[in-house]
Design a protein around this ligand. Structure first.
Ligand code: ZN
Length: 340
């Protein structure tokens, strides 16, 4: 199929599950009720994507409070009771972060329940996302490993364990979210790719890495405004990714200042091109979506183009996110009619 569509990962949570429009929402339920509500919301997320015509559906990240901490909750060796303040993403935000105090290990399965539930309820290809090792290492304080790359590689081994289990659950695509690649560009070739390789070791399913400029929250919008007319961060590490064993790269395109020619540096990879803006509530038209696909076709062979959202939609209003999913589905349909 030409121009398959997918989402970067998260979708807004229903108000009965968690506080709406927040990046770190409080759950509205607890215990067994919360566990069931997460699965119910997963089913809704899958259904909404199917109805919008999305080809590779996600669980919508309904079961995690935050894309990094949803994973960390299942890791032993981390002290959550004495958080410390740390500047993350090179000081773009200050956050209270947990501290790594010992050797890391997984307590058990992280995303088994929602992955199996989604798998049971859809015949579409299923994607599950995990935080990338470099991004995790930039979101926790280290009082044990003494070296950020070394700690990231330890996290990569845990990610690999969960990723192998997700593959066995029937997941078709496993994606690692690495917004930190856009901040520590020089470290991607030196150890970021090595950490990715550790995380995908032994997988036979499709593997992806998502590298974005963040959710549409104020700190990110201010940062983007400070990056100038041409965003060239991707240029520094795309050559290393092109040589890597990762199969797909998810990036921002629509309304970004990334020069289109940089996408040519991803030769041989599937490019998950962002054709839906998540930092803006204005719903794209199918024509706008198709026009972005046409622009990407100038530098990426069309059999390597996957139409995607720029980033996750977790903090967005539900009705807007659903309208944007439909615009994505309709835009891809139009592009197939024109150039398929
Ligand atoms: Zn993102």
């Amino acid at each position: 199929m030409i121009f398959p569509s997918t989402v970067a990962g998260s979708l807004p949570k229903p108000a009965w599950l968690a506080e709406p429009n927040k990046l770190w929402p409080k759950w509205q339920l607890s215990g067994a009720e919360l566990a069931q509500a997460k699965l119910d919301a997963t089913l809704l997320a899958v259904k909404e994507q199917e109805d919008a015509g999305i080809d590779i559906v996600c669980d919508g990240e309904m079961s995690r409070q935050h894309f990094v901490h949803g994973f960390l909750e299942y890791v032993d060796g981390i002290d959550f009771s004495n958080k410390v303040e740390m500047g993350i993403r090179a000081d773009r935000y200050k956050a209270m972060v947990p501290v790594v105090r010992g050797a890391l290990s997984l307590k058990g399965r992280v995303h088994q329940a929602e992955a199996r539930h989604a798998r049971e309820h859809t015949k579409k290809q299923l994607k599950i996302t995990l935080p990338g090792a470099m991004t995790i290492a930039d979101t926790v304080a280290d009082a044990h490993y003494g070296n950020r790359a070394k700690m990231a590689l330890a996290f990569a081994d845990l990610l690999n364990k969960e990723a192998r289990a997700l593959e066995a659950d029937g997941v078709d695509v496993i994606q690692f979210d690495e917004p930190a690649f856009n901040v520590f560009m020089d470290e991607v070739p030196t150890w970021g790719v090595e950490a990715l390789h550790r995380a995908i070791d032994g997988l036979t399913c499709k593997t992806a890495v998502h590298i974005c400029y963040g959710y549409g929250i104020k700190a990110n919008i201010d940062w983007k405004n400070a990056l100038g007319d041409e965003w060239r961060q991707y240029e520094i590490f795309f050559p290393a990714l092109a040589k890597s064993r990762i199969k797909q790269v998810s990036i921002e395109v629509i309304h970004s200042h990334v020069p289109m020619k940089l996408l040519a540096l991803l030769e041989g990879k599937d490019v998950l091109a962002g054709v839906i803006d998540v930092a803006n509530d204005k719903v794209e038209t199918p024509e706008e979506v198709a026009a972005v696909i046409k622009d990407v076709m100038q530098v990426v062979p069309k059999e390597h183009i996957v139409a995607c959202t720029n980033c996750g939609m977790a903090p967005m209003r539900r009705d807007i996110a659903e309208a944007k999913l439909r615009a994505l589905g309709a835009g891809v349909k139009l592009a197939r009619e024109k150039w398929g």
